[in-house]
Design a binder for this molecule. Structure first.
Ligand SMILES: [Zn+2]
Length: 253
């Protein structure tokens, strides 16, 4: 399998949950509102024998010339958006779901950004997101997921997608958050979304205030880090630009 991180950069986020671009070379977190956190954003492409998979869809921001960041990053990796076959969504918070669809400035209508792909979304997460809305979810960006045959609404607690992908609803970070394993040629790639967002959180016991159930997240991370170590999983970390891809058992300090 080939894995490509699609780094979108760093952002500060305060209680308004607005993501403000943050340049680590020039910006100072002390200059941002009190309590601001620094968050890195990084979806992944995984290329298997049969699929070009996108794991979460990024923040949905555009470059200065108006190109969607995730599409720019894909094309720099030599991938046309039209070639993505499956979009796997861990959950629908706006920093993961912003790249799902775009608004046509002329008509105001939203269209899916990866029209050839099937989107795999947990149905209960979608219902929860549409009900909850702002500030964590942006409902209008999620409406294009409804009523289209491009979207597969998963409703089981666990199952398979084709021969090589497994999913499981874990809750934790959001009530119906799900995680994915991609298995091919003896390799197991694990994408834990925001239940397992950063390498440092795998190694240190840590309860995050921003999780729906922080204690559960901490326990899941402990289990996965142990099981993944025994089974040699490759971990993908969405919020970790420094350690995006970690082969467990290797020594990343
Ligand atoms: Zn989230």
């Amino acid at each position: 399998m080939k894995i490509i991180p699609l780094m979108e950069g760093a952002f500060s986020i305060d209680h308004t949950k607005r993501f403000v671009p943050f340049d680590v070379r020039h910006d100072d977190l002390q200059q941002r509102p009190v309590g601001s956190l620094l968050v890195e954003i990084q979806p992944f492409v995984v290329i298997t024998d049969t699929d070009i998979l996108l794991l979460d869809a990024g923040l949905g921001y555009r470059t200065r010339d108006g190109i969607l960041q995730i599409q720019r990053n894909l094309s720099e990796a030599g991938i046309n958006s039209m070639d993505v076959t499956k979009v796997l969504m861990s959950h629908l918070h706006k920093d993961h779901a912003g790249g799902i669809a775009s608004k046509d400035p002329a008509t105001g209508a939203y269209t899916l950004n990866f029209p050839s792909a099937e989107y795999y979304v947990q149905s209960r997460e979608l219902a929860y997101a549409l009900e909850k809305g702002a500030p964590s979810y942006i409902a209008e960006e999620l409406h294009p997921l409804e009523g289209t045959d491009r979207v597969v609404l998963l409703d089981a607690d666990e199952g398979t997608i084709g021969p090589s992908i497994r999913f499981k609803v874990t809750g934790g970070h959001s009530p119906f958050h799900q995680v994915f394993w991609i298995e091919e040629g003896g390799q197991t790639v694990f994408f834990g979304g925001d239940d397992a967002p950063q390498l440092s959180q795998m190694k240190n016991r840590f309860i995050a205030k921003y999780d729906y159930d922080g204690k559960k997240c901490m326990e899941l991370r402990r289990q996965w880090w142990q099981e993944g170590g025994e089974k040699h999983w490759t971990f993908l970390f969405y919020h970790d630009v420094k350690y995006p891809i970690v082969q467990s058992g290797t020594n990343n300090s």
